[in-house]
Ligand binder design. Structure first.
Ligand SMILES: O=C(CO)COP(=O)(O)O
Length: 249
């Protein structure tokens, strides 16, 4: 049985004052049964990890470099994230693929680095609106999955997040049938590559405009094991009901 997961991606949002939201979130989650993760900006990682120590909320990074150290100004290694208290890292988010020209091959190298540091890699995939409208969704996400995920993925070291680019921060959400189609396809692709037992252990999160009002129906959808939430993870009052919906699903 896969443990459900609710992950919050704060993106480039939040200074010290945002830690009060994390504290509020933590205080309300002592009975949560889902795995909970908040990925704050790197500047808040250490303090967030201190706040969340001995709590049901884990802390993650939003990216890492593929190398362990060296002359890479402005970058962070997976070891540094781990050292700051992270247990997971988001990799291959569409904003990084777009803003930093990250390829799936880059994402695979970063994923290996995350694994070597003992971090869970949350590997993101998703089609653009143009790709969806031209009927290429399954081939796009299938190719991204194949190239972004190195051999050696397990339920312990890897989570996949399907995030249609056109649904991120737009308030537009795919139909439940569209979400199910992609998630069923991803489960099948994982099964073909890694075998049933391994594929069944890897969580598949949906991301893109998940809100308190649509969370329950998304969590009831085939092969959806949780969510990667952007905007609605910034406020405990928004993220908490999403977690409650996941716990109840
Ligand atoms: O990109 C996302 C999470 O990684 C989703 O963002 P929103 O929930 O703000 O649409």
């Amino acid at each position: 049985m896969r443990q459900k997961m609710a992950a919050g991606n704060w993106k480039m949002n939040g200074t010290s004052a945002a830690l009060a939201e994390l504290e509020t979130l933590i205080q309300g989650q002592h009975a949560a049964t889902s795995e909970l993760l908040i990925c704050p900006p790197a500047t808040l990682l250490s303090r967030a990890a201190e706040l969340a120590a001995v709590s049901p909320v884990a802390i993650g990074g939003q990216d890492c470099h593929a190398a362990t150290s060296g002359a890479h100004t402005g970058d962070l290694s997976s070891d540094m994230l781990k050292d700051a208290g992270a247990t997971a890292v988001i990799l291959g988010h569409s904003e990084r693929r777009a803003d930093h020209s990250e390829t799936s091959e880059d994402v695979a190298a970063k994923t290996k680095s995350a694994w070597s540091a003992g971090l869970i890699a949350i590997v993101c995939l998703g089609e653009t609106l143009a790709e969806r409208e031209s009927g290429d969704t399954l081939s796009v996400v299938g190719n991204q999955l194949a190239a972004s995920l190195p051999d050696g993925a397990t339920g312990q070291n890897t989570v996949i997040a399907y995030e249609p680019v056109w649904a991120i921060g737009t308030g537009k959400v795919p139909s439940l049938a569209q979400i199910a189609e992609v998630h069923d396809f991803l489960r099948q692709a994982l099964t073909t590559r890694f075998g049933t037992e391994m594929a069944d252990a890897i969580r598949l999160l949906y991301g893109g405009s998940v809100k308190p009002g649509n969370a329950a129906e998304i969590f009831a959808t085939s092969n959806v094991d949780g969510a990667l939430v952007g905007g609605a993870s910034l406020k405990a009052a928004d993220f908490s009901p999403i977690i409650a919906a996941l716990d109840a699903s």
